[in-house]
Design a binder for this molecule. Structure first.
Ligand SMILES: [Zn+2]
Length: 385
């Protein structure tokens, strides 16, 4: 046992002064209040918050400007790269990540490697391979499938390899040459087959979707979360709100591409598509906030200049720029993201919760930049920073 004493505890339940008692043997919080047990670690004047949950990362990628070069590398190279990305992510205060697409068993194996203690890192949830139409967005690292029957089989293959979520491509994307960003890809019937297969196992689903038609196809098919949703219109936002569909905006992904541009080595076509999407993004936020769509934090870490770990700190600030309060951004990155991932013991500083904690100099419910003031990081009760 150890106790963080004199803390200002900040989470979705608000802020209060308390000691936080942690049992290292179970990795869980034992009490939040007046109790003190075991070794004391004085954190007076500091804030204890839950670790961040990033709902959208790619462990196969390392934020290089042009994704084309991954295609000529062996998958084993990507695995070693992922071990470094996992460590950097955890050290930044991100204690849970969800990989939404890596080749083969890369991400499901990362999950096992972290859980077994072979590699330091955040808790990993993994989608396995993305289900994508033949030649569709990210086809070169996805599982191509056409028609409801093939899509159902492709979804079941991911479930067989232990997927925690099944991900598909409902529209084109920025980083695939020739793909039209907003154009629908998998049809509503195909997505419905994927959702049916995953739901039968109680597993959530996610759809990459930029254009409004693709967003609506996925929402009507019962998808759990819309990823990106850059061109979300009013009707799509209402559909998400009515269905309880989560939105994972990944603001840093598109903005890093726009800000770095072709001079930094990003292909011209990708920059043009990102600029186009970024222009519409503010409107998507307005519709989502007006309709009351549930927002979960995700970064798309690994895409160009979208660096594992540090980018989550930027995403917290960007969500505030687009209209959330710092406290709402905190909710999006803790309890709401945990709900989306199906985790009921992560995202709060509360009795019985996993002791995934960050100790910060400043209060993140007042200022989203406070996530940059990390003093300590705990993953399941073990101090890593
Ligand atoms: Zn992605």
């Amino acid at each position: 046992m150890f106790t963080l004493t004199g803390a200002r505890v900040v989470d979705a339940d608000g802020s209060r002064d308390a000691n936080v008692v942690v049992d290292e043997s179970t990795g869980r919080i034992v009490s939040v209040g007046d109790d003190v047990d075991g070794e004391t670690r004085d954190v007076s004047g500091l804030v204890v918050a839950p670790g961040l949950v990033d709902s959208h990362v790619h462990l196969m990628m390392d934020s290089r400007p042009d994704v084309a070069s991954y295609r000529t590398e062996p998958v084993e190279r990507a695995c070693y790269r992922a071990t470094a990305s996992l460590r950097e992510t955890l050290e930044a205060g991100v204690t849970t990540v969800r990989d939404l697409g890596s080749p083969g068993d890369l991400a499901t194996s990362a999950k096992a490697a972290v859980a077994d203690g072979d590699v330091p890192g955040p808790r990993v949830l993994a989608a396995g391979e993305n289900v994508v139409m033949t030649g569709g967005h990210g086809h070169w690292f996805g599982r191509e499938a056409d028609g409801p029957d093939e899509v159902r089989k492709a979804a079941r293959e991911q479930l067989k390899r232990g997927a925690d979520v099944v991900k598909c491509m409902a529209t084109g994307g920025v980083l695939t040459e020739g793909a039209v960003t907003g154009a629908p890809e998998l049809t509503e019937d195909e997505i419905r087959a994927l959702v049916d297969a995953a739901s039968a196992k109680g597993v959530p689903t996610a759809a990459h979707a930029h254009g409004e038609e693709g967003i609506k196809n996925a929402a009507r098919a019962g998808i759990t979360s819309i990823e990106h949703g850059m061109f979300m219109d009013e009707e799509a936002a209402h559909l998400l709100a009515e269905n309880g569909t989560y939105w994972v905006p990944t603001a840093s992904a598109v903005l890093e591409i726009v800000e770095h541009g072709i001079d930094a080595g990003i292909p011209e076509e990708a920059v043009a598509k990102a600029e186009d999407a970024a222009e519409r993004f503010e409107v998507a936020w307005e519709h989502a906030l007006d309709a009351g769509v549930k927002i979960a934090m995700g970064t798309d870490a690994g895409t160009p200049f979208n660096e594992h770990g540090q980018n989550a700190l930027r995403e917290m600030e960007l969500m505030v720029d687009y209209g959330l309060s710092p406290a709402e951004a905190l909710d999006a990155a803790t309890v709401t993201a945990a709900d989306l991932l199906g985790l009921d013991d992560v995202g709060k500083v509360a009795d019985g919760y996993v002791a995934d904690l960050v100790v910060l100099a400043d209060d993140p419910s007042d200022d989203a930049s406070a996530w940059r003031t990390t003093e300590q990081v705990y993953r399941a009760g073990s101090q890593v920073v």
